[in-house]
Design a binder for this molecule. Sequence first.
Ligand code: OAD
Length: 257
Amino acid sequence: MDRVEVPGPLVEVAEAAARVVVLSGAGMSAESGLSTFRDPNTGLWERFRAEELATPEAWEADPSLVWAWYLWRFERIHLVQPNAGHTAIGEWGRLGLADLTVVTQNVDDLHERGGAPVVHHLHGLIRDFRCSECGYPHADAVAVPSTPVERIPPPACVACFGLVRPGVVWFGEMLPDDPWARAVDACDRADLVLVVGTSGLVYPAAGLPAVARASGAFVAEINPLESGVSDMAHLCWRETAARALPALVAAIGPDTL
Ligand code: OAD
């Protein structure tokens, strides 16, 4: 692999930062093999219609279609591994040089599996299956088919017989209060916010870099392409997550890294 040059100003800020937030989107997991949403040709929303799969109205109209699609995504997540970007964040946390908080829009658990110390999921976690009526958790009661199927009836809740749904936030739904409040607080207090692999198009998450910048944080973007938050960043590093983050952590960590 060719050598990754870490921008000097970013190393300086990262070395001095006492509080760091990594704000991640689907690009963070791309090198693990999970599709993003909006990348040309490969993005999920290039191949599937969000309004048929990721809204409360879609669930109301055709729960079996929605359930089968999320089970397919759940299985994909289960089959892949954290990439070098996820594990570098875990390593950064273990170094103890800064308080490190991950705020993610991703519904996979790759940050947790990569060892990140604190992770707030703004759009939920698929694996947190729950009853759509009473909210009863059903994390262990989900059978995944061995091949993708177009429609699968969702299981019934053991408590109230409502339909079990994935633990995600759909378009038109409110973000979960607690992760959102903690994300805003972390961005407010951060010295450095690294915005990694998001198109910065979906609000309110896309507003967090502005919150951080207004509170005095240095905002750096890691993304091979320009995004909706590039203008707001002090520094844009046109690299991928799995190449940039290990290089950054190696640059600020002890020589043994
Ligand atoms: P998008 O698919 O909108 O954006 C992915 C971003 O990752 C793009 O800016 C890519 O350039 C970048 N990218 C691709 N590969 C990368 C890599 N290897 N390293 C770093 N960056 C890379 O995904 P999100 O911004 O996460 O919401 O989308 C936001 C929300 O829209 C999602 O949480 C989801 C979606 O609809 C809901 O479903 C509610």
